[in-house]
Design a protein around this ligand. Structure first.
Ligand SMILES: Nc1ncnc2c1ncn2[C@@H]1O[C@H](COP(=O)(O)OP(=O)(O)OP(=O)(O)O)[C@@H](O)[C@H]1O
Ligand SMILES: [Mg+2]
Length: 243
């Protein structure tokens, strides 16, 4: 199983949208996908319209195994979150294995899935650290403007801390809400590229159908098949499958 976290400390830059739609794009390639909501805001849980029964909170607390928490979402297995997850960071803070709880839980389903996609909360807290420690790759969604480039450097320094314990963790930056007709966006893209950071060759555009798919609780792939963002998600899916 290859595990990919979708993570950056900034809020509202397309993490949850990317998690849901990349997972769907990977599943459309015939792969078995596990999708995890690791955010107390539970946005992915709302996107997928999951019931807040047994959740990832139970997994952290050791009161349920991953297999006991999954619900079907368009042929994938999805683990919901709930607001109680916000208490977990305090609960685990003193534990010796506090950074490895999710990784250990996922090792129990390693043979059951080809991919695990983890949606993380904004911020750099212990829940996000758990997601990064459990992952082989992290996708960093970023809106192409100067403030986000500054925020990216903060995230990269956190990532470098994690990579001291986990050198094999790779990353890719994904530009979201990208408009190639805007000079500001082109300049931001060039600024990222000039720093020799890993960036996907495709970008996600802002369009209303992408936001509407969320309200319909559907992957963009079924909600609006012809949407150009599907081509981007498919390209990323193929890249991650072939790596
Ligand atoms: N490509 C897009 N086009 C249009 N709207 C989008 C797009 N991507 C995301 N949105 C909308 O922008 C808002 C924020 O997106 P999303 O929830 O995916 O970001 P997030 O990074 O997960 O936020 P948070 O940090 O709060 O978890 C949502 O309302 C979503 O529907
Ligand atoms: Mg989110």
């Amino acid at each position: 199983m290859k595990t990919i976290a979708i993570s950056v400390q900034k809020g509202g830059c397309g993490k949850t949208t990317t998690a849901a739609n990349l997972a769907a794009a990977i599943a459309a390639q015939g792969k078995r996908v596990l999708l995890i909501d690791n955010d107390p805001q539970s946005s992915l849980t709302l996107y997928c319209n999951l019931k807040q029964e047994k959740s990832v909170t139970n997994v952290y607390r050791g009161t349920a195994a991953i297999q006991e928490t999954v619900q079907d979402w368009h042929g994938m297995d999805a683990v919901p979150a709930d607001i109680l997850l916000s208490q977990v960071e305090n609960e685990i803070a003193e534990r010796k294995d506090r950074r490895d709880i999710l990784r250990k839980a996922l090792s129990g389903v390693d043979q059951d899935y080809d991919f695990c996609i983890i949606d993380t909360a904004p911020g750099l807290g212990l829940l996000t650290v758990n997601a990064l420690m459990a992952s082989d790759h992290v996708i960093i969604p970023m809106e192409p403007n100067p403030a986000d480039i500054w925020g990216l450097e903060l995230f990269m320094s956190t990532l470098n801390q994690i990579r001291k314990a986990k050198p094999e963790l790779t990353y890719s930056i994904l530009l979201t809400s990208y408009n190639d007709r805007l000079k500001l966006h082109q300049a931001a893209k060039e600024a990222v590229e000039s720093r020799s950071l890993n960036i996907y060759p495709v970008t996600i555009a802002r369009n209303v159908r992408t936001a509407e798919a969320w309200g319909a609780h559907e992957p963009l792939l079924t909600y609006d098949r012809g949407n150009k963002n599907n081509i981007a998600y498919k390209t990323i899916a193929e890249m991650e499958i072939s790596k």
